[in-house]
Design a protein around this ligand. Structure first.
Ligand code: MRU
Length: 347
């Protein structure tokens, strides 16, 4: 099961706004269509944003009408510039676009038109394949945090829909279930867009993982009542000091986990770590439309005239994070040192 496909010409995505009621596949043929799909949350989640950004760059080169190799590459760069800013918090998006363009830049002087397109497409495919392998490794590495019979609380959606593989936090959960650990998952609804209720519950149900949905506001109470053994979440960007940007509501879970003495674990690929950003206060946090808060699934619930504030992410300070699980291993405090050693092992 996959949430995105690229056949070398067109990108197809499973429209996440329609799930779980309908499984609708969309074909994206232009940069504008990709950009609209991203801003409209039809595809979402940090690793998946990176993969579609890379595919978008390759597709722009493929569709370019420019006569020269340099012209084709310039069109790819223009697509990258548009897509990189569609969602600002998930660093994977700009990272994957830059990596794909860097691969093209390295050959643009010597390549012909077909070769530059091939180079960009290959790099995009590498990024997707690497992410799939990273998910498998994260799932294995994360097992040390899931004891048999564990009650695992997770937030938002971090599974196959938003990665190139089985997921990050949800990949850890899935492998724990498949290993017979007899776990139970508490999945938050994840207001305002209900990624937990619509997507995580759908993925867990499809996989046969025992789970219960909880209102976001119940997470801290269940932690305080001793009904959670571990919190495992994903990340959109991890700063050099270990501060973690993730879906709004993550911070309150981290606070409550600390108060309850429950491990708070972040599962993310190395591509989500941004050493260029020293601390979480410098991570750009996306503000989305007030309409998402004022409505539920498109139906207005607040009285006319009500305003709303809609930060899509929050930043959990590193001091509340027990460990970060990556495909290269587990990182623990002090994160400034351990993250640098993980990302740049030779420096
Ligand atoms: O706004 P979203 O749905 O894109 O937010 C997604 C998250 O916050 C996920 O936890 C994160 O991207 C990790 S996905 C493996």
């Amino acid at each position: 099961m996959r949430g995105m496909e690229w056949n070398g010409r067109e990108i197809r995505i499973l429209d996440q706004t329609r799930l779980p009621r309908r499984e609708v596949w969309l074909t994206l043929s232009t940069t504008a269509q990709i950009a609209r799909a991203i801003t409209g949350m039809r595809i979402r989640g940090a690793p998946a944003l990176g993969i579609i950004g890379a595919y978008g760059v390759a597709q722009a080169a493929l569709r370019s009408k420019a006569k020269t190799t340099l012209g084709v590459f310039r069109d790819a760069e223009k697509a990258g510039a548009v897509l990189a800013f569609t969602r600002p918090t998930a660093v994977n998006l700009a990272w994957a676009i830059n990596r794909t363009l860097d691969a093209g830049r390295a050959v643009v002087e010597s390549a012909d038109r077909d070769a530059i397109v091939k180079t960009l497409a290959e790099e995009a495919n590498f990024i997707a394949e690497e992410d799939a392998r990273a998910c498998d490794a994260i799932a294995r590495v994360g097992q040390e945090f899931v004891v048999p019979g564990a009650r695992v609380l997770t937030h938002c959606n971090t599974g196959l829909l938003c990665t190139g593989g089985s997921g990050t936090a949800l990949g850890v959960i899935r492998l724990a279930h498949e290993s017979g650990k007899d776990i139970k998952v508490l999945a938050t609804e994840t207001r305002p867009l209900l990624q937990g209720a619509r997507l995580t519950a759908w993925e867990l149900g499809t996989l046969g993982v025992p789970h219960a949905l909880i209102p976001d506001s119940a997470g801290p109470a269940l932690l305080s009542r001793g009904e959670v053994d571990v919190v495992i979440v994903g990340a959109d960007r991890i700063a050099a000091n270990g501060d973690v940007a993730n879906k709004i509501g993550t911070y309150s879970l981290a606070l409550a986990a600390r108060e309850a003495g429950v491990p708070f674990v972040v599962a993310a690929p190395v591509s989500t770590i941004d050493l260029a950003v020293p601390s979480g206060d410098l991570i750009p946090v996306e503000e989305r439309s007030p309409d998402e808060v004022l409505s539920v699934l498109g139906t207005r619930v607040a009285p006319v005239g009500t305003g709303a504030v809609n930060p899509a992410f929050d930043v959990t300070p590193a001091r509340f994070v027990t460990a970060i699980v990556t495909e290269r291993g587990v990182v623990r405090p002090p994160f400034a040192e351990s993250l640098r050693a993980l990302v740049q092992p030779s420096s």
